[in-house]
Design a protein around this ligand. Structure first.
Ligand code: ACO
Length: 321
């Protein structure tokens, strides 16, 4: 059967690392409060000149190298971001130009923290229709540019970064590698719990992130547990068959609560929120790359990706590596 197989991964972080102690010099907070409520210890913040496209390009180059694929072979680039370089053109087209692979399909997907799941699901569908044979799926963000640095309830939670995977169609056996099932959802009723208070057709300004954290937390645990169950049922596997869960890295407490709801052991969960904070659409591919490169995720492993973000949007995808 024809499946989309993940053949490489890469990631990129800005140079500047900002610890909780440094955040405490900017706003009224403490390392203790941030660690206890979120698990975050540090985040990376883009400097002037470091952009969503520059981080995405670095992650994409590493993923191509890892997969042994030349940029000229890529027929599809989907970049998930809520912090594009410009309102238009799509940042994916800038990445395409940087990589020097002209002529294929390139566009951005906007589903905030679930963006990578939306991009992965879309790429998988397009590849299986034959639109392209090899794709780059990227999550990249410079969330620091839309943070209100005076608002301690949000600015301590986010960071910048990028992650990318190469997806290739392969004719594989039933128990072979590839994406087995994906489920995506949205519910626009909850826009006011997590949004940016600006945009081209409203204020004409970029705007700043606003969030009612406690309510977001509550919805996240319920929605994520539900969509994980849906994907497991669709793929016909038990939660005990899953080798690794690579979740969106919003908050260590959300990860623990979701795992508990599903009866999953917490040592099967890849956690990088302590190192990177919440990098929105970048967090899943960034965490995946970290766990692949340090040898935790191996060929043949069954890996569950999951995320929830503004909109609300949420989704999960199960893949054999
Ligand atoms: N430092 C110190 N104190 C703070 C800080 C801070 N940075 N931020 C808030 N506080 C204070 C509040 O003012 C409040 O004080 P009060 O009791 O005197 O009014 C107190 O801490 C508790 O505030 P809460 O907001 O109720 O704290 P809570 O335990 O809910 O934790 C948090 C807040 C970490 C945002 C949590 O709700 C959360 O993680 N929510 C999920 C949101 C999230 O991760 N969103 C990311 C995008 S969506 C996604 O990715 C799923």
């Amino acid at each position: 059967m024809i499946r989309s197989v993940i053949t490489g991964s890469g990631s990129a972080l800005p140079e500047q690392c900002v610890t909780n102690a440094e955040m405490a010099k900017r706003v009224d907070t403490t390392d203790e409060w941030i660690v206890e409520r979120t698990g975050i210890r540090q985040r990376y913040i883009a400097a002037e000149g470091e952009t969503t496209s520059s981080l995405a390009t670095e992650a994409a180059r590493k993923a191509l190298e890892d997969a042994g694929v030349d940029a000229s072979e890529i027929g599809l680039i989907i970049l998930a971001t809520a912090t594009p370089d410009h309102t238009f053109p799509a940042t994916a087209t800038q990445v395409q130009a940087n990589l020097g692979c002209r002529g294929g399909v390139a566009f951005d997907v906007q589903a905030v923290c679930s963006g990578f799941l939306y991009a992965l699901g879309t790429a998988d569908s397009l590849l299986r229709t034959g639109m392209a044979k090899k794709a780059l799926v990227i999550g990249a963000e410079t969330f620091s540019r839309i943070l209100d640095w005076e608002d301690r309830t949000t600015c301590v939670l986010f960071g910048d970064g990028a992650g990318a995977v190469v997806l290739e169609t392969r004719d594989v056996a039933d128990d072979g590698p590839g994406i087995l099932a994906t489920k995506l959802h949205a519910d626009g009723e909850h826009k006011d719990l997590l949004y940016v208070d600006g945009g081209p057709s409203t204020t004409g300004e970029v705007g700043k992130l606003r969030m009612k954290g406690r309510e977001v937390f509550r919805h996240a645990v319920v929605n994520l547990a539900d969509v994980l169950k849906e994907v497991l049922a669709d793929a016909g596997v038990e939660s005990s068959d899953v080798d690794w869960v690579v979740p969106h890295q919003a908050n260590a407490r959300i990860l623990d609560a979701t795992a508990r709801k599903l009866g999953l052991s917490t040592d099967k969960i890849v956690v990088t929120v302590d190192q990177h904070a919440n990098t929105s659409a970048a967090s899943v591919p960034l965490a995946f790359d970290v766990a692949r490169k340090d040898g935790r995720i191996k060929q043949g492993d069954l890996v569950m990706f999951e995320a929830m973000g503004g909109g609300f949007t949420w989704g999960a995808s199960l893949a054999r590596i």
